[in-house]
Design a protein around this ligand. Sequence first.
Ligand code: ZN
Length: 218
Amino acid sequence: MNKNAIVLLSGGQDSTTCLYWAKNKYENIEGIFFHYSQKHEIEYQCAKDIAEKLSIELHEFTIPAFKKIGGNSLTNDIKMDDSSKKIPNSFVPGRNIIFLSFASAVAYKSKITDIIIGVNEEDYSGYPDCRGDFIKSMENSLQLGLEREINIITPLQSLSKAGIWKLSDELGILDIIKKNTHTCYNGDRSKLHSWGYGCGKCPACLLRKKGYEEFLNI
Ligand code: ZN
């Protein structure tokens, strides 16, 4: 069993699946959550509840700069748009670069070598900071900048959304994923569907729902 890891938590399906995956592989885990002016408090609540459930320390950092920079639908009052073939406007430029840098500073202090992040193939088509090439390059930069061994572990990298549901089933956490994670861009928690809470209409809900339906047919 590996020793220590720090897991980036967002309160969403992917990072929560990563956390439970890591629980079986590491002796000690710490979590890290960023308050970056995301619109819905529920994401933080989900991350906090899961950290408490697993009795892990949750480091929290507030980064107001993304809202100030603006131009994206996650931190600013801009309608979500993924209609063109370009990167959707839910992309927050620099987000994973900054998050991984903060995580590496915590890892350095806590003598942790492994940073776990839930990026995956299906985000890759939209978000450049979810690509394997970026992760490898960032790992290299952090190692050089810290003069320490730093490994960025991406357990979901090659998985589809259906594959991530399958992994959560294998980990025995389907129910936790449905009830204790949040994906919906509209922050809707009014109704529990077979695939979890959400409005069922926004791009995030549709991706989550489609993945779940595909998982049922695997
Ligand atoms: Zn939704």
